[in-house]
Design a protein around this ligand. Structure first.
Ligand code: GDP
Length: 534
């Protein structure tokens, strides 16, 4: 390889940090993202994104932001520069947008920021997303948000993470007070106290006063009880807690924890600075040719998300590709591993970049949006040079199930075609009853929006009106060893057996409790929440 290209890739990789935020609705993801953009200089004044929210329907926060600011943002990646680093923030759709895409986005991320509402602690959606991060051993950085409100005790919050997620914690900063008396944090990296100043609604960067722990001014600046409390708590965590071990962090076994308040900007900059220092740079991805280091000279990447334009006037689809190796150049021609065809990557869409119309080059850790004339499916690999294929993206455990019915027999063909294409595209999972007389496909989704999208698109793109018949299940498990293993297990109580698109058995349960019962009764059955790539 040319030494110039090698050096160029090396520099690009060293400067890139890519991450996704995992959180439960209302923890403050929109607010934190906006503040990160503020500090990153990508926007100059935060605010008003939420005011637009009411207008938002099945679009992401970024589309609302896009309309409001007149800048072009794809709902998938925000790219900004901060301190000599190129940061890619992968948007994980949440709320009513929650879908399998939320999980898939994590397949393209190198790091995850786990955002927790400090009054609530861990919540269900965060736990689910954490499990997906764990599958990939992603480094997790925890931001305990809303410290300006009455919160749970910091030690208790750390304990919950350790106990429930089995992650070691290392508090990088420690809060001084909480609620109305949240005065600042102690930064353990530089051993300094940061006392924050409030700005109008946190719309500008927060100012702070930085003093050393031993500085005598502290007595004047901080209430005595808070000062003593801080000293006491510090002694405790520094006495019993482990040291920060970056290797463990990068293996996803230890999480650096930060306390702050996204709304008032408290602690956001400290978080961003430390995150950039500790986060993992783009790493190797597993492929049929082994681990592919990002500095491998030939371009390669995989599709992790497809987005159909919901506006029927523009039927474009965009395939989002995570660049894994080499350099992407505009108008490049690449090989498409699944079909063996060559594809010209025309019109790559830009990310959240400053005033650029389209993307000219991209490096490992970046995401490119490609105009997708129906060639791409989730998990597809594109490459130059030696043939290779990345591992693909598993099917994630659906939690909502419904029969999809076509009441109009004359539309059977379009119905079938639409369902097949939407499944191939990854918009929804399809399962079937094992009872041959029940031919209607079962839609299986992780979020309600997926049903709406499928019905909307069937009508708009295929001219088929459909009916949904909800099924009373909320948990799905694939059976390791397939039908044979299932048969051996004998009768299962409170379980429905269906088959997935590849004919593999899937067990559906009304609730977690029924699943646990079956696990208890049949310890020999191995049940998996995700299906291997078919
Ligand atoms: P998302 O659903 O995770 O995107 O959460 P949002 O960013 O929309 O925040 C949900 C609510 O929490 C909004 O009313 C925010 O103003 C509020 N919020 C977010 N961060 C903070 C914070 O640090 N402190 C307080 N008090 N409220 C916050």
């Amino acid at each position: 390889m040319s030494t110039e290209l090698k050096a160029e890739l090396q520099t690009a990789v060293e400067h890139r940090r890519n991450f996704a935020i995992i959180s439960h609705p209302d923890a403050g993801k929109t607010t934190l993202t906006e503040k990160l953009l503020l500090y990153g200089g990508a926007i100059h004044e935060a605010g008003a994104v939420k005011a637009r929210r009411a207008q938002r329907k099945a679009t992401s926060d970024w589309m609302a932001m896009e309309q409001q600011r007149g800048i072009s943002i794809t709902s998938t990646v925000l790219q900004f520069a901060y301190r000599n680093r190129q940061i890619n923030l992968l948007d994980t759709p949440g709320h009513q947008d929650f879908s399998e895409d939320t999980y898939r986005t994590l397949a393209a991320a190198d790091n995850a920021v786990m955002l927790v509402d400090a009054a609530k602690g861990l919540e269900p959606q965060t736990r689910k997303l954490f499990e997906v991060c764990r599958m990939r051993s992603l480094p997790i950085f925890t931001f305990m948000n809303k410290m300006d409100r009455p919160a749970r005790e910091p030690l208790e919050l750390l304990d919950e993470i350790e106990q429930e997620l089995g992650l070691q914690t290392y508090a990088v900063n420690w809060p001084i007070g909480m609620g109305d008396r949240f005065k600042g944090v102690f930064d353990r990296r530089l051993r300094q106290i940061h006392l924050f100043e409030r700005t109008a609604h946190g719309s500008k960067e927060a100012g702070d006063t930085v003093i050393d722990l031993g500085d005598s001014r502290i007595e004047k600046l901080l209430d005595q009880d808070l000062y003593y409390q801080l000293k006491e708590e510090l002694e405790l965590i520094e006495g019993i807690g482990p040291d920060l071990d970056l290797e463990l962090v990068h293996q996803g076994q230890m999480t650096p924890v930060f306390f702050g308040s996204a709304m008032t900007n408290f602690g956001v900059k400290l978080f961003l600075d430390a995150f950039l220092e500790y986060a993992m740079q783009p790493e190797a991805y597993k492929s049929t040719e082994g681990e592919m280091p990002p500095t491998y000279p030939d371009f390669s990447g995989f599709v992790f998300k497809l987005q159909a334009n919901m506006d029927p006037k523009h039927r474009d689809r965009v395939a989002f590709v995570r660049v894994c190796t080499g350099r992407f150049d505009k108008d490049m021609t690449v090989n498409h591993a699944r079909t063996g065809k060559t594809v010209r990557l025309s019109r790559p869409q830009k990310l959240f970049a400053q005033g650029r119309e389209s993307l000219d080059v991209a490096y490992p850790g970046d995401v490119i949006g490609l105009n997708n004339p129906g060639v791409f499916a989730i998990g597809d690999t594109i490459y130059n040079g030696k043939r290779l294929e990345y591992e693909g993206i598993p099917c994630f455990s659906p939690e909502l199930f419904a029969y999809l019915k076509n009441p109009n027999p004359s539309k059977f063909k379009q119905f079938h075609k639409g369902v097949t294409e939407l499944r191939e595209e990854g918009a929804i999972q399809i399962m079937y009853s094992v009872d041959e007389s029940k031919r209607d496909p079962i839609l299986a989704a992780v979020g309600q929006l997926q049903f709406e999208v499928v019905q909307f698109r069937l009508q708009n793109e295929y001219g088929v009106e459909t009916l949904l018949d909800m099924l009373p299940y909320s948990v799905a498990r694939w059976v390791a060893g397939g039908w044979q293993a299932l048969e051996k297990a004998g009768r299962l109580f409170n379980t429905a057996v269906v088959k997935d698109n590849w004919g593999r058995p899937v067990l559906l349960f009304k609730n977690e409790w029924n699943l646990q019962q079956v696990i208890g009764d049949h310890p020999e059955l191995q049940l998996n929440a995700t299906a291997p790539v078919a």
